[in-house]
Design a protein around this ligand. Sequence first.
Ligand code: NAD
Length: 488
Amino acid sequence: MESMTFVLFGATGDLAKRKIFPALYNLYVDQKLPQSISIIGLGRRDLSHSDFQEKVKDSILDFSRRLEHEAANMGEFLDYFRYSTLDVNREEDYQSLLELVRQREKELHLEENRMFYLSVAPEFFETIALNIKNSGLGQTNGWKRLIIEKPFGHDLQSARELNEKLSRAFEEEEIYRIDHYLGKPMVQNLEALSFANPILQSLWNKEHIANVQITASETVGVEKRAGYYDQAGAIRDMVQNHMLQILMMTAMAKPKTINAAEIRHEKRKVMESLRPLKEKEVKNDIVRGQYISGEVNGQKVQSYLEEPGVSPFSNTDTFVAARLWIDHPSWTEVPFYIRTGKRMKEKSTRIVIEFKNKENQKYKNNQMNPNLLIIEINPNENISLQLNSKNPLNNGKITPIRIDFSNNQISLGVPEAYERLIYDAFNGDSTFFAHWKEVELSWEWVQPILHVFENNLVPLHKYQSGSYGPAASDSLLLDNGFKWWPDE
Ligand code: NAD
């Protein structure tokens, strides 16, 4: 791997501590960092290099998945790190940063490859990108790359404005937009599951698939994020990005070759085929919910409106379910259902593919269950296939059986999402990052829903904490003769 400089804005923040430093360390232990690397952390506070290195060390001891951290050569790893004080608005701070970057490039004989990771609030993205350009940090003889993380805008217009500003300093190919769901092993596996298996590949279309269900349910409430969440809701926090990304990965057609450009091309085609919702259709195809008090995992919990930092009159959605149609010949008449919510009965991100059953009539008395392919993404990593089989203990009655594969046993050794994604960005592999077009098309699809929600034109269904969400989300499926699987 090429030598490089990794510049981390927001190095004193929570994301750096919990995810980024442990990810870098795990990569180091796995010998997946470049042989020569300079890592420069930035924050508003004044810190010495050694104070900063201590912080990095503490975060690794607290959050690294590696058990070897005692034994491995922590000193060598920490020596990659330097610190510079930077206020995003002060131009002179970028000059000090540039001096440090150059000094380390000289000392370590590094190529001028520079990666800028913005682990700061999104309102700073533009200012930082502009200052990278103006200060000379972005003028290199090597490559430069920018890593940013959602939210990419608050709506279609602000997303476009942000992108336009970023694109003054970085080309699209230089921007790596993290959607950490795309870093999850089972999401990355979707492409192999559907294209590396001729059995599944031949069934992955409207002839054989009755419907697709994507669920991302959480048991937690809004936690300490009310300031952000009450302005965003589930529609911005989950649907616009993670849910639509999983949908794209599930529905995309087989790429000509398996590489970043082709996969992203196919994903984009899914978004381009997604039937736009007119505002009056939102009422029929979208269910909006908000949790009231209840019991989750045996604990009594309060309603969303009682959460600290939430307005007592808030209409923010903590649950969204939707029925989507992909107007592409492969998927005509196949509904895709998505739902996501907080304070639900279980924590689970999964995809269920329900297959058509044309043979049901032949077994009149049996009421067969459909074949299901269930892909569990989080917290368990499982693939299971539900088939029908005669039960010899029950007079040969046809009953469902499950064929199961679980990744769970090996998951301790599996790199975490941030490790995979940072590693891919180091290597210039953008397969599992969101392309601007995907982001823009997602906002376009979501935009009429935002308008309807903001103007309160659809009911806000209250659902009990610890439930599967409002009953109205079951009706979305019942309308088409389906139900959520597995049985609830
Ligand atoms: P944080 O508040 O803990 O840290 C923010 C960082 O920004 C700090 O290092 C702070 O010094 C720096 N900062 C603030 N104002 C600055 C200024 N004027 N100049 C220079 N630096 C400044 O936030 P966080 O939780 O680490 O999140 C960072 C970003 O990542 C946010 O955009 C957040 O939405 C996103 N994010 C965070 C998480 C998470 O798990 N924490 C997950 C996904 C996305």
